[in-house]
Design a protein around this ligand. Structure first.
Ligand SMILES: Cc1cc2nc3c(=O)[nH]c(=O)nc-3n(C[C@H](O)[C@H](O)[C@H](O)COP(=O)(O)OP(=O)(O)OC[C@H]3O[C@@H](n4cnc5c(N)ncnc54)[C@H](O)[C@@H]3O)c2cc1C
Length: 534
């Protein structure tokens, strides 16, 4: 069946943070989409609370970071206590040389972030179709047919589209209908989360984590309210869990922190179980999974929501090339290879850490309580170890392996270039005259950075050709060494000439030692090569 012009190219199922970022990205890239959510309204409680640097860079590219910074708490200190005794305190802003405009963890409740994203989307002419639930779908080699229930009118609508993106959370209908196993397990412990104001003898603007044999207590400083997470005593997976009262929480918190605590202005109180699970394929022909629909982990390190944001930022531009330019279908496969690997690494890391922190195994817990203070002292006394921790949580050092769309040509390169950021790594920011490199990145999706030595010459006819061929896609920036861009040359490891192509998600797709434009052109041809109708 031909796709009706009223039908979208992409149907996004789910308007949580993952679906909303997907919608913002597709809107920016000029791809026709519809976004549906079965709920009548957005959420109004905190849930995820940490926005990492890498997500902020994506927000900057979309034009959203200023709004987030206005509302978020940043410059927060993190302190860790065992048996009521402070072990360590670090600044979550001490990102040594990460070359990012956002050297902090930004504390903002998920509901506030969703509000910002929805407002942004609506301002740009997008909107969320609410109370519309995906019931089922089928696909063939030309299209998807999705069956949607309008919960308000109790009617059924069939939507035809080229691609369907399941951003529909942990209980994903899309994943179920694809029959993809969600491998992993549930953690035995139950947690309580409360959004409330707290009175106690600790400062209100610190992220505090307390650990003892009674459990865990975390205080997360948000903007107007404070979020608290408490590890409740062990409950079996099928035990019916009662909802605690504020007094229950105060009691548990007091036992873990060894300090008096008073909670007021309760906004939300919930008890829940956590899980660590993942699918082993993020793509099935025309259907993609992203965010919690594809992977769920413990909140350790505040990675979950941020990982969903990275998933769709990886996918959106690939879909845009295929849909708008007839680009190669195998480009879409790289969404699976690139993101599945990252998802699995994250899952393993957060799982190990979570187990270590929360274990009730007597011997391991004893060892942990004895060993952890020593390890932490060692860890943070060495600056580069703290750096590793911040590298991990910031998500700035996630990188993709080489594939046919991620490679470099570095024959004869000097050591500076070899040490520079490689293809598959995130492009670093650098100061320029009166602005920064990243501030030049929002006008077009791709960026060709041409670093020239004063002596080198560029074939300007060829450059014009590239500019005209990819006029909607690529912004070309030329740099010759000067005092203003000295740091830029250093950060990209350039002492003479080099070319870098930065993808729309901020990763280096291609780099070349030298300035042979034909090699950059070859890369672009492969990426934008028109293939048989998708
Ligand atoms: C206590 C706690 C703390 C956390 N802290 C952090 C943190 O600090 N940092 C972090 O990064 N992450 C954190 N997370 C994880 C984070 O909340 C999730 O990763 C995030 O909400 C996932 O976003 P999503 O858009 O993928 O899915 P969701 O937010 O679950 O959104 C899915 C949407 O799909 C809709 N939907 C579902 N099925 C259908 C259907 N059939 N048809 C139409 N619509 C449908 C739902 O209504 C929902 O709106 C935390 C989680 C918890 C529980």
């Amino acid at each position: 069946m031909e796709i009706d012009s009223q039908d979208p190219d992409v149907l996004i199922v789910g308007a949580g943070p993952t679906g909303l970022i997907m919608a913002c990205q597709l809107l920016k890239l000029g791809v026709r989409f519809r976004i549906i959510d079965k709920l009548k309204d957005r959420i109004h409680e905190s849930r995820a609370f940490a926005i990492q640097s890498r997500s902020m860079e994506i927000f900057q590219n979309l034009g959203l970071s200023a709004e987030v910074i206005k509302l978020a708490r940043c410059g927060v200190d993190f302190a860790f206590f065992i048996n009521g005794k402070k072990q360590i305190e670090i600044k979550l802003t001490e990102f040594p040389d990460f070359h990012t405009p956002f050297p902090s963890v930004y504390f903002l409740p998920q509901n506030e972030l969703e509000r910002i994203l929805i407002q942004f989307l609506e301002k740009k002419g997008g909107y969320i179709e609410r109370e519309k639930e995906l019931l089922l779908f089928s696909q063939n080699n030309k299209e998807i047919e999705a069956v949607i229930k309008n919960k308000h009118t109790e009617t059924i609508e069939n939507i035809h589209c080229a691609y369907l993106i399941g951003c529909d959370g942990a209980h994903s209908t899309v994943r179920h209908k694809l029959d993809l196993p969600f491998e992993g397990a549930s953690y035995k412990q139950s947690f309580i989360l409360a959004d409330a104001s707290v009175s106690w003898p600790f400062p209100e603007n610190k992220f505090l984590l307390f650990l003892n044999k009674q459990g865990i207590f975390a205080h997360i400083p948000l903007t107007k309210i404070f979020s608290l997470i408490i590890l409740a005593p062990r409950a079996s997976a099928n035990e019916k869990l009662s909802t605690p009262t504020l007094i229950d929480i105060e009691n548990i918190a007091q036992r873990v922190t060894k300090k008096p605590i008073k909670l007021t202005k309760l906004i939300w109180l919930v008890r829940f179980h956590l899980h660590h699970r993942s699918v082993q394929a993020y793509r099935r022909e025309r259907v993609f999974l992203a965010g919690d629909a594809a992977h769920i982990h413990s909140p350790v390190g505040g990675q979950g929501m941020n990982t969903g944001i990275q998933d769709v930022s990886n996918l959106a531009w690939k879909l845009a090339i295929v849909i708008k330019n007839g680009g190669p279908d195998i480009l879409l496969d790289t969404y699976n290879t690139e993101r599945l690997r990252i998802g699995n690494i994250l899952l393993k890391t957060t799982d190990r850490f979570f187990y270590f922190i929360t274990t009730k195994n007597f011997f391991i817990a004893q060892l942990r309580n004895w060993l952890l203070p020593k390890l932490l002292a060692l860890f943070f006394s060495k600056k580069n170890m703290a750096r590793h921790l911040l590298r991990f949580i910031s998500q700035l050092y996630i990188h993709y392996h080489s594939n046919q769309f991620v490679y470099e040509i570095s024959k004869g390169a000097d050591s500076a270039f070899k040490k520079g950021p490689q293809a598959g790594y995130r492009a670093p920011d650098a100061p320029l005259n009166s602005s920064t490199l990243f501030s030049l990145f929002s006008a077009k999706p791709f960026h060709l950075l041409i670093f020239q030595s004063k002596k080198s010459t560029i074939n300007s006819a060829h450059l014009k050709f590239i500019e005209n061929t990819y006029i909607d896609w690529i912004h070309i920036h030329r740099f010759t060494p000067s005092l203003n861009n000295k740091t830029l040359f250093q950060r990209y490891g350039v002492t003479a000439s080099a070319l870098y192509i930065i993808r729309p998600d901020g990763y280096i797709g291609f780099r070349l030692y030298g300035h042979n434009l034909s090699l950059a052109d070859n890369y672009l041809r492969k990426l934008f090569e028109k293939t048989a109708s998708n």
